[in-house]
Ligand binder design. Structure first.
Ligand SMILES: [Zn+2]
Length: 118
């Protein structure tokens, strides 16, 4: 079994975290606009907080964006758990080119195509 290189994995992790950040920033901005007090205190609280806060924020996202956020978080979990980069259906490695384009992909291109034909 081939192992994914650590540097490669780190690269995907960065991409995923950037995507997560973009999604959360997007909704944070709209939340801040609705809030009169956008002092540093509020930002500190945001840094301090947690999954709970992120989930609250996620409520401000559209259905598609929430789904994407979930996929990104699942992918980050897979990196932690060591199963990142493997197809959930057939267990083979997902092509690096595919992960570069869609770092949260959990199916290889063949299984994805099969699923879409269903
Ligand atoms: Zn597959």
């Amino acid at each position: 079994m081939r192992m994914m290189r650590k540097t490669q994995l780190e690269n995907y992790r960065k991409m995923l975290q950037a995507q997560k950040q973009t999604l959360l920033e997007k909704v944070k901005n709209s939340v801040d606009m609705n809030r009169e007090d956008s002092s540093d205190e509020v930002k500190d609280a945001a840094d301090f907080a947690s999954d709970y806060y992120e989930r609250e924020l996620a409520l401000g996202l559209s259905e598609t964006e929430r789904q994407r956020l979930q996929e990104v978080e699942d992918a980050l979990d897979r990196i932690e758990g060591g199963s990142y980069g493997k197809c959930e259906t057939c267990g083979s490695w997902i092509a690096p080119q595919r992960l570069e384009a869609l770092p949260f992909a959990k199916l290889c291109i063949e299984c994805k195509a099969k699923e879409e034909r269903k």
